[in-house]
Write a protein that binds this ligand. Structure first.
Ligand SMILES: [Zn+2]
Length: 418
């Protein structure tokens, strides 16, 4: 059978798995597959069963990630195809799971086409990619590649209250092994990591293309608890006497937006998100100038040097706003994640595979960070395919067409066949 026909023939398998993980996660009006909990475990079991039916060997690593191996009998470094099986609370069905299912679909297609792998192909069902469960994201791939930050294993699960270590051990992992803080797989022994993921913005809907070849995933710098301190005052106080923390917060936000637009106008993509933005609820009122203000900041960019330059600009902007508004601005706690540039050779290979499949596949930066970031940051040649998705992600209205996922599986299978 031609490979393209063999891919089409997997549509019912892929649909069955998509429907299966939706049933597992059903939590109207959305989907909840709790990490290191019932939802993720059940999705992992469903995927493991599908892999075993294809003759793949299933195993769990110390992070309790699922690995399904299609052994080739050759020594060449394996190709890993992965994504995650958890979801946010009442999110959509496709963020994560579609990528794991794509790996199963591609293996099934290669087998149906009678193509023997030239190296082992492994499909990974990674754990806990979403930050909602422990306040830290990408946990499965961090476990795999020894990239957990200090103290991570003691973080409590948002739902069960168990620590991450207890959660991992309860799902068949080995937190004691993770405490050794060495990679579970030596990155130097991995041939490539490839992730299929829905796009979290409607750029492919706009471009009228079923999928894109990802160029880079953003890294970020986050300040979850920015505090601005001025002076509480009467609403009659003239402007020149005010130390208005609320307007300073607005000023800081709009100054950062101006920076964003300037940077993008100069061809340097990035994003600024102020997720939390408020006067202190316990004492704010209609008739007071607010002496306090709190906000969060997520600053993201696609290149480590650019991100560092943006952070320097952030410091300068905060200092300027504080001086002009006569307030203090404490950026507070900081966390950071490295950008994930995709491997140039894999980008070219995927483009060539898409061309051979006759599928239009523009090149795009991913709006979101993914497990792929950890593989790229660990030196594993990494690639991603982004699948068209209307309505964004992390909400019940994610809308990916199975036909678009099949197009991605076609490109993935074509790439694997070479
Ligand atoms: Zn995801």
């Amino acid at each position: 059978m031609e490979l393209s026909q063999a891919v089409s023939a997997q549509t019912s398998l892929v649909q069955r798995l998509l429907d299966g993980v939706a049933t597992i996660g059903a939590d109207p009006p959305g989907i909840t597959r709790d990490a290191y909990g019932r939802g993720e475990n059940a999705a992992q079991a469903l995927i493991a069963e599908a892999g075993r039916a294809l003759g793949m060997t299933a195993s769990l690593d110390a992070g309790a990630n699922l690995t399904l191996r299609w052994a080739s009998g050759h020594d060449a470094p394996p190709v890993l195809i992965g994504s995650h099986l958890d979801s946010v609370v009442q999110g959509g069905n496709f963020d994560g799971a579609a990528g794991v299912i794509a790996g199963i679909g591609a293996v099934a297609a290669l087998q149906a086409a009678g193509i023997a792998p030239k190296r082992d192909i492994e499909v990974l069902g990674l754990r806990c990619e979403e930050a909602v469960w422990f306040g830290l994201g990408l946990i499965g791939s961090r476990c795999l590649l020894a990239r957990l930050p200090d103290g991570a294993l003691e973080l409590p699960h948002a739902r069960s209250g168990l620590t991450l270590a207890q959660s991992i051990d309860g799902c068949g992992g080995d937190s004691a092994r993770l405490r050794q803080n060495t990679p579970l797989r030596d990155p130097a022994t991995l041939g490539a990591y490839l992730e299929v993921h829905i796009e979290q913005a409607p750029q492919l809907v706009e471009a009228n293309a079923p999928l894109a070849i990802c160029l880079a995933n953003p890294g970020n710098v986050r300040h979850p608890f920015i505090r601005i301190t001025g002076e509480d005052a009467h609403t009659g106080l003239p402007h020149r006497f005010r130390h208005d923390a609320a307007l300073a917060g607005a000023d800081l936000s709009l100054s950062l937006e101006r920076m964003w637009l300037e940077e993008e106008a100069q061809g340097r993509p990035m994003a600024v998100t102020i997720g939390r933005f408020h006067t202190p609820a316990a004492r704010h009122s209609l008739t007071a100038v607010s002496g306090g203000f709190e906000m969060s900041l997520d600053l993201r960019a696609y290149d480590a040097a650019h991100l560092a330059a943006l952070e320097a600009r952030l410091d300068a902007i905060a200092a300027e706003v504080a001086a002009r508004r006569k307030v203090t601005i404490a950026l507070g706690e900081r966390s950071a994640a490295a950008p994930g540039p995709m491997d140039r050779a894999i980008v070219e290979e995927l483009s060539a595979a898409a061309t051979r499949c006759g599928i239009p596949a523009p090149r795009l930066n991913s709006p979101g960070s993914h497990d792929a970031n950890n593989f790229a940051a660990s030196g594993v040649p990494t690639g991603m395919l982004l699948v068209r998705n209307r309505n964004g992600s992390h909400n019940p209205h994610e809308a990916m067409e199975t036909a678009d996922l099949m197009a991605a599986i076609g490109v993935l299978a074509e790439w694997l066949a070479r």
